[in-house]
Design a protein around this ligand. Structure first.
Ligand code: ADP
Length: 204
């Protein structure tokens, strides 16, 4: 999508409270945990379970997922490649703001195109952690918690990732979770261990 800049005469105000100040106050780093993977691979389930653990440990945390974004901020967007790109661009911008607010924000979107994820990475900088929720399409289709694969197979949903639209798997994800072999708790444990290793979490 060609970037259109419509507003001019905009000044970026000097910050009176910086990300570093907020992180020091929170006792943990800000980060964007960018979960990507096929529909029903487990992105939302893992992100929600993770946020419960983080919250219990006193972390400032939030999950951006399909419901709270596609029903609101992005309700004008569909599933064409252009709209998917714009969907991910806006989510990247919002996630970057949450990180700047010192929070650990998880995003749970298929985000099928590598180039779009890379753009989000460049927006978010050092705190961007790409987490590939790997799960074979056959397993996802068997789980099918929302009946979407069934609808895609019968042609009711066009351009369905993994069936009739491509999914470009990450090549350099910071973390890959094997959601067909590890249960939700194990996946959450791996993310927590990674955050500790990176120094984002100090004592969770
Ligand atoms: P996504 O957000 O990727 O579309 P969901 O989290 O909505 O996927 O759905 C994944 C489904 O798979 C849920 O019904 C969940 O209970 C189930 N599931 C089974 N094993 C796992 C696992 N290891 N990790 C995540 N979800 C799992």
């Amino acid at each position: 999508m060609v970037e259109k800049i419509k507003a001019t005469n905009i000044t970026w105000h000097h910050e009176t409270v910086t990300r570093q100040d907020r992180e020091a106050g929170n006792g943990h780093g800000g980060a964007v945990l960018w979960f990507t993977g096929l529909s029903a691979s487990g992105k939302s389930t893992i992100a929600q379970a993770l946020q419960a653990v983080l919250f219990e440990h006193g972390c400032q945390t939030y999950v951006l997922d399909g419901d709270n974004i596609r029903h609101g901020l992005n309700k004008d967007l569909g599933f064409s490649p252009e709209d998917r790109e714009e969907n991910i661009r806006r989510i990247g911008e919002v996630a970057a703001l949450f990180m700047d607010a010192g929070m650990i924000v998880s995003t749970a979107f298929i985000s099928p195109y590598r180039a779009d994820r890379d753009k989000a990475r460049s927006l978010c900088g050092d705190g961007f952690i790409e987490i590939y929720v790997h799960c074979p399409v056959e397993v996802c289709e068997e789980r099918d918690p929302k009946g979407l694969y069934k609808k895609a197979r019968s042609g009711d949903i066009p351009e369905f990732t993994g069936i009739s639209a491509p999914y470009e798997a990450p090549e350099n994800a910071e973390l890959t979770l094997n959601a067909a072999e590890h249960d939700v708790e194990q996946c959450v444990g791996l993310v927590i261990a990674y955050l500790q290793e990176r120094g984002i979490l100090k004592n969770a």
